[in-house]
Design a protein around this ligand. Sequence first.
Ligand code: ZN
Length: 84
Amino acid sequence: MAIFKYECPGCATLVPILNRVSEKQRRCPQCGNPIGIDDIDRQIAAAEGIRRKTAKKKRIAKSIAFAWLFFCTIFALWAISRMR
Ligand SMILES: [Zn+2]
């Protein structure tokens, strides 16, 4: 199972990385570009940042949905009370 897909800077091939430190030297199977652990770490950090931003957006969307539901409930209760 790949933990991460490394994007080769030379040819943009996605190279599945099975274990970050299992091999000393990796090369892109497409163009032979060496893949350094530093590069892997940088890409993992970038992917992590995107994931966190997405999670934050999801949280915001959830709270907006909740606020809207709350508003609708209050409005419905208000409308019902006006009907009597
Ligand atoms: Zn490549």
